[in-house]
Design a protein around this ligand. Sequence first.
Ligand SMILES: Nc1nc2c(ncn2[C@@H]2O[C@H](COP(=O)(O)OP(=O)(O)OP(=O)(O)O)[C@@H](O)[C@H]2O)c(=O)[nH]1
Ligand SMILES: [Mg+2]
Ligand SMILES: [Zn+2]
Length: 305
Amino acid sequence: MKTTFRTVNLKTMKIKEGKIVKGIGGFYYVETTDGIFECRARGKFRKDSIIPYVGDNVKISVEDDGSGYVTEIFDRKNAFIRPPIANVDKLLIVSASANPAPDPLFIDKMLVTAEAAGVKSALCFNKADLNAPGLELADLYRQAGYDVFVTSATDNYGIDDIKRFMQNGITAVCGFSGVGKSSILNLITDSSDFQVGEISTKLSRGKHTTRHVELVKMADNTYLADTPGFSMISIPDVISPPQLIEYFPDLREYADLCKFTDCSHTCAKHCGVCDAVSQNKVSRQRYENYKILYNSLKDNKEWGK
Ligand SMILES: Nc1nc2c(ncn2[C@@H]2O[C@H](COP(=O)(O)OP(=O)(O)OP(=O)(O)O)[C@@H](O)[C@H]2O)c(=O)[nH]1
Ligand SMILES: [Mg+2]
Ligand SMILES: [Zn+2]
């Protein structure tokens, strides 16, 4: 039997470390201190069903002709599936005051998801210029203890606060189609790099204008990613139903008053959380969402839409 060997000239092959900032059509663009290299993934990743993600810190080998290969993926701090992105430090959850109307259940799912993945989160309510009732949610979440930014991309209002939030690390920006993520990111980067869509046609097709994930470098160690939707680490795998209350800090405060230590906080008997809701000390909406999410965890259901 004849075996052929591919000769690799070790003298000319250079090993570098970097970060994947973009992945398109089987090519990964890896930022290193010597610039960005276009790389393919080594066959072994495919064999082990490991897909390199944007955000991955990797080792690459660059050959003489400039072609590169991802040879090693360093351990991930976290990884999200849709869109595929790893090592996210912060999540900015963007809603619009209207058009489309904000969805508190989506927001609560995202807040829990972020915390379960060790990601710091903040909320942004955009389209403040429309002065729509959806803005009331901004107060609700502020009272619940979350960081909330109220913005208008149209009026260039509130954008600097977001810039400050994004400093240091990888920030993923998520939210429904049409809320204004790309519009905000264009203001932040002082560019028109992010494609802004026409809401009327887009919503009818239910599609996102932004289609692939890419890290945009803002400064040393500051990156942002516009994401076409955002879900999900598999929450039922990482949180058990009794743990869910820990991810609702505003409700959690009252759980110490429950009579039974194994209280699920889903029925009114001797439950400090339920009492707090009926005394209007915490938001009923947050509590209803807690119950929905508790039941879906109990049924071990996926949260993703
Ligand atoms: N009134 C108002 N309209 C806005 C504002 N921000 C964005 N828009 C409009 O909303 C529409 C959608 O904006 P995009 O920035 O494309 O929204 P997106 O969240 O990136 O949408 P996808 O990429 O589809 O997920 C566009 O027509 C924008 O001009 C705002 O602050 N106020
Ligand atoms: Mg967009
Ligand atoms: Zn309880």
